[in-house]
Ligand binder design. Structure first.
Ligand SMILES: Cc1ncc(COP(=O)(O)O)c(C=O)c1O
Length: 395
């Protein structure tokens, strides 16, 4: 008997590729390139935080933490969220600690999405949101943010919402654009969420990396949104520990109960000693956060200057640690060809713009640089990019 061909792999997994961003880091290593692609700092994490992690292991905090998170870290999150955003949440019913904000986002999506549900996603978007939608079964509705200010058209946004909208994914401060959403923009989004009874899932992982006096306003703080906002955050960017994999979701009790169940069976829990260290990190004085922003301001200026001198059109970010650039002046067929040339011939790794768009053509004239790097790394990039005209001439 002839058996019908059986699909041996998941149809969902076939719908997306490996992460382009993480692939660029591998290419950077292969070609010995300066890596300005993936957003991880190449400088040391704060000494006190590393010491707290060492201490936690010595103190034998080495077994599973409570699945939804160690109590000291949940308490520290409550205290910090209230101090910074003026919103008080319940550590027993409204917080889930996960393996990075990546898992917090995925657990949230799996916890709230049903077949037929739609999510609204601003574009360009952090590349994880695409696979998050596919794996959870949500249908994304994309809304463009337009350069140079990355504003959205209110009519486009309103048109993307409808009776099937389960949530909008917001990321402010934004990767890759550096946009920081204003109160007026958040209120416009609020009105749509209320009208269509939708959640706002807000990725606030860059909350402390702000420039030019920009203020981070959490959607949870906007009138009427406390009960429909799910805040995604983590230690990675604020404390320069992307490899620790500690993140969290702050959500009202009902979605939290669902998120906790999904999280429990996905990962059980984030590393217990690092959660303990997280509780110490979150108690850092305001001066720590001020210095973080000041240091990033210096790096932003440095990279803006390097890129401008090398002939890139730059979009000045107001938050996060990326610079989107326009490369149309260099005459390449697309962003991927340019990124390949840059990593192989010039020795600088960047992320092709298309990895932030649903339709690759929309990102064909853009590439993203990161500046979460030490001065020597930026200086090496400067030196290599100064040779760009020569390499272009030899093409
Ligand atoms: C917007 C955004 N969200 C989430 C993440 C991943 O965060 P985590 O390390 O907490 O999983 C990143 C990392 O680049 C990011 O840019």
């Amino acid at each position: 008997m002839v058996q019908a061909a059986r699909r041996m792999l998941s149809a969902k997994a076939e719908q997306f590729t490996e992460s382009v961003i993480r692939e660029m880091t591998r290419l950077a290593m292969k070609h010995g390139a300066v890596n300005l692609s993936q957003g991880f700092p190449d400088f040391a994490a704060p000494r006190e935080i590393k010491e707290a992690a060492r201490q936690a292991i010595s103190d034998d905090i080495n077994q599973y933490a409570i699945t939804w998170g160690a109590k000291p870290l949940r308490d520290a999150i409550v205290e910090k969220f209230e101090r910074t955003q003026g919103v008080r949440v319940d550590p027993e019913r409204e917080i889930t600690i996960c393996c990075g904000s990546t898992e917090a986002m995925m657990s949230t999506m799996l916890a709230i999405i049903n077949p037929g549900d739609e999510i609204v996603v601003f574009e360009p978007f952090y590349e994880n949101y695409g696979p998050d939608a596919i794996l959870s079964g949500a249908t994304p509705r994309f809304v463009k943010l337009s350069p140079p200010d990355w504003t959205y058209d209110e009519r486009d946004l309103a048109a993307a919402f409808g009776p099937h909208t389960k949530a909008i994914i917001l990321n402010t401060p934004n990767n890759p654009t550096g946009k920081v959403f204003t109160r007026a923009e958040l209120e416009f989004i609020r009105d749509l969420c209320v009208r269509w009874n939708a959640y706002c899932i807000t990725d606030e992982i860059y909350e402390h990396i702000l420039y030019d006096g920009a203020e981070h306003i959490s959607m949870a703080r906007i009138d009427g949104m406390r009960d429909r906002t799910i805040v995604i955050n983590g230690m990675s960017k604020t404390y320069s520990v992307t490899g620790w994999r500690v993140g969290w979701a702050i959500a009202p009790p009902e979605p939290t109960a669902a998120i906790r169940k999904v999280h429990d069976f996905l990962t059980v829990g984030a590393a217990a000693p690092l959660q303990q260290a997280g509780a110490i990190a979150l108690k850092s004085p305001q001066s720590y956060y001020d210095k973080l922003a000041t240091d990033y301001t210096v790096r932003r200026e440095r990279l803006l200057k390097i890129l401008t001198s090398a002939g890139f059109t730059v979009f000045r970010p107001h938050g996060a640690y990326y610079i989107m650039t326009d490369i149309s002046g260099f005459g390449f067929p697309n962003d991927v060809a340019f990124a390949k040339f840059l990593v192989e011939k010039v020795g600088v790794a960047v992320v092709p713009g298309s990895s932030f768009y649903n339709d690759a053509r929309d990102g064909a004239t853009q590439v993203r640089f990161t500046f979460c790097k030490k001065e020597t790394t930026l200086a090496a990039a400067e030196q290599r990019l100064s040779l760009l005209p020569e390499h272009l001439g030899n093409r």
